[in-house]
Design a protein around this ligand. Structure first.
Ligand code: SD4
Length: 333
């Protein structure tokens, strides 16, 4: 089982880097590149690179990378090991988008290992963009997915522990000291890729905020909030407390700022400043992180609080992990 700590140790963390310089951003021999949120983005990128590096499409790559995050590892905020809502149900959110505007998503889906693949099928096989809850699960079953209980013994234990206080207070990228497994509570994967033909795609998959209300949907499955991609500009994705991303149509905002000429790092920073301006007090106590990739292969990130890291993978290097700059330097650990 992989943990955040393991990835931090096994990957080179480039101190103080805000964005890859243009030269490094373009070293991939075929121009292909994939970037992901958090340290487990390193192996997720490698799963995507298995597709991209062979000349595969960005959309196939991000699906492969997100699928790895959903079942190839175990953390409390993605896929099969996700922590449940306050009533004990593990509910998953996922979205996928191509740079031509095609997109699909599922929200609050239960019992399905790979919500990202269901999201892709929503995009490819239905006239809709988003399916939720029981309808999303029904569609998945019709497409051949198996329903199973996703709640792990560890998640069950953590939930029972949480029930003792039943206090909903999301922490800032924080090791969950005192809870079994000592896990982070922000490990949503947002992934963006550009392929050798210059086409972009993105994917985002999560179990959402632990102990959320039943029926709560975060930003990750909402196109424009947790994910947005446009071949003419670039893509953006988000992690952290999704209500802030939804309030600010944040991933769309980042892409629109890049369209106006901002670099990915500048666009992410400006979007974070918008989050702070809207809710200055709340922003001191919650985490919001943006990651962006433009059509030239330049990468940037910005977070509200220290602690956000992102992974970058191209032909030159498949294991880069970089710390994001942040507005606040405090880290609640
Ligand atoms: C959500 N944005 O459901 C997700 C949670 C997250 O790292 O990113 N956690 O609000």
């Amino acid at each position: 089982m992989s943990t955040r700590r393991t990835f931090l140790q096994s990957s080179l963390l480039v101190a103080g880097a805000a964005a890859l310089p243009r030269g490094l951003a373009q070293t991939g021999s075929n121009g292909a590149k994939v970037v992901s949120t958090w340290d487990f983005g390193v192996p997720a990128n490698q799963a995507a690179w298995a597709v991209l590096g062979k000349g595969g499409s960005a959309i196939d790559a991000v699906e492969a990378g997100a699928r790895w995050a959903e079942t190839g590892q175990c953390n409390s905020t993605v896929g099969r090991c996700g922590y449940p809502d306050r009533d004990g149900h593990v509910t998953l959110d996922a979205s996928i988008m191509k740079g031509d505007g095609s997109c699909g998503s599922v929200a609050a889906i239960e019992g399905i290992d790979h919500p990202i693949s269901v999201a892709r099928l929503v995009m490819e096989k239905t006239p809709h963009v988003m399916l939720v809850g029981a309808g999303a699960q029904q569609f998945a079953v019709e497409q051949g997915f198996t329903v199973r209980d996703l709640r792990t013994p560890e998640a069950e234990k953590a939930w029972k522990e949480w029930l003792k206080t039943s206090k909903y207070a999301p922490e800032i990228n924080v090791e969950r000291r005192g809870l079994p497994g000592n896990k982070e509570n922000h490990d949503t994967i947002g992934m963006l890729a550009i392929d050798a033909s210059g086409k972009l795609a993105g994917a985002c998959t999560t179990s959402g905020m632990a102990w959320k209300m039943r029926g709560r949907v975060g930003d990750s499955p909402i196109i424009g909030a947790g994910l947005y991609v446009d071949n003419d500009v670039g893509g953006a994705t988000a992690s952290g407390v999704g209500e802030e991303m939804i309030r600010n149509a944040a991933s769309f905002l980042v892409v629109e700022l890049m369209r106006q000429g901002r670099s990915p790092a500048e666009a992410c920073r400006e979007a974070i400043e918008r989050v702070v301006a809207k809710r200055p007090e709340a922003s001191k106590t919650l985490q919001v992180c943006f990651l962006a990739l433009n059509k030239h292969g330049e990468v940037g990130a910005f977070a509200l609080h220290k602690g956000f890291v992102y992974a970058v993978c191209d032909a030159a290097r498949q294991d880069a992990l970089l710390p994001s700059p942040s507005i606040y330097s405090t880290e609640q650990t």
